[in-house]
Ligand binder design. Structure first.
Ligand code: COI
Length: 331
């Protein structure tokens, strides 16, 4: 049995070597290149390929794999929004993902960003870097004084709620499919509108499915409290970025942290330090002292990377044996 992996980064190699050592009967080959129609041939003779979400997997790409007789695709990440699922269905692809690799990685990042926004850490760091060691006017706000609205209470949202409870914040939550334990605690409000009306800060943990597209738009922001703080570590398409920028300009949104961006493919995880930066909106946001931009790094921890590699290769082996992995994507 042979598994071929695309886009293997240096930081993934130790986890891959561990996995290989535990599965010496399986032939594993890989490249650092991301999967494209042009390099699908590299996987010839494999029983499955392992990839992660950095490029769109178009009909052309999937066809190129199918031309090599490959119909098993195992993602090392959770999101499947980059795959042409109609083409995958027509070409009979089995797809697996890694839905739970480390909820803490993402939840912690979101809460670190929220606390940094509340304590005006970016402004303070910039002052200190200039050797301006005065306190004022950089006064912060305490977590325990905030009502924090958590939208989405799956694995990641629930870890965020626990972190917030540790800080002593008042937590309110909204989910279309409430979690019974949280329901018993009385954490849920009945509607997003109610959450918008009550929350001093809002953090999102919902998938980027079409029905959530641009849910944080001008209309939603108008319903929020004046000076609301918004954190999005989930998916870029949840935000109407122009509405967020308008909210920041008017002061309606007092601070904002984003780890994801609808147009992040080709922008994030690229070194622009010596090149012309191609996205004026993101350049503007990066320059603002009340905005924190991270390039989709909330997931990026040693624990998460190990789980992504191990669980995706386990799933690829299951497919190759004609079995169904626990993490099969039903599409
Ligand atoms: C996911 O797992 O879907 C992520 O957001 C992280 C990934 C792009 C590597």
């Amino acid at each position: 049995m042979k598994i071929f992996a695309y886009g293997i980064r240096d930081d993934e190699k130790p986890s891959l070597e561990d996995w290989k050592a535990e599965h010496s009967e399986i032939e594993v080959d890989y490249t650092q290149e991301l999967l494209t129609p042009d390099n699908a041939k590299l996987a010839a003779g494999s029983d499955g390929v392992v990839v992660y979400q950095q490029l769109d997997y178009t009909r052309e790409t999937l066809q190129a794999l199918a031309d090599e007789g490959i119909h098993n695709l195992s993602l090392r990440n959770v999101g499947i929004d980059n795959i042409d699922l109609d083409a995958a269905r027509e070409l009979n692809f089995n797809i697996s993902n890694v839905p739970v690799y480390s909820p803490n990685a993402i939840a912690e990042h979101s809460m670190i960003q929220l606390s940094r926004l509340l304590r005006r850490a970016k402004e303070l760091d910039a002052k200190v870097a200039k050797h301006d060691l005065r306190w004022a006017p950089t006064i912060g706000r305490e977590m325990r004084m905030q009502t924090v609205g958590v939208i989405g209470t799956g694995h990641i949202g629930r870890v965020a709620i626990n972190i917030l409870k540790g800080f002593g914040a008042k937590v309110i939550a909204y989910d279309k499919y409430p979690n019974p334990e949280l329901q018993a605690e009385g954490l849920y409000v009945d509607s997003l509108d109610e959450l918008y009306a009550q929350a001093d800060a809002i953090s999102l943990y919902v998938p980027g499915v079409p029905e959530n597209d641009k849910m944080i738009n001008a209309e939603a922001i108008a319903k929020m409290k004046d000076g609301v703080v918004i954190v999005n570590v989930s998916r870029g398409n949840l935000m109407d970025i122009d509405a967020i920028i308008d909210g920041l300009n008017s002061g309606k949104v007092s601070a904002f942290a984003m780890d994801v961006y609808a147009e992040e493919v080709g922008l994030f995880n690229v070194d622009w330090s010596n090149k012309e930066f191609p996205d004026p909106k993101i350049a503007d946001l990066i320059d603002r002292e009340n905005v924190l931009v991270t390039p989709h790094t909330a997931f990026y921890t040693t624990k998460a990377v190990k789980e992504m590699v191990h669980q995706s290769f386990d799933a690829a082996v299951k497919f190759a044996k004609g079995e169904t992995p626990a993490v099969v994507v039903k599409y």
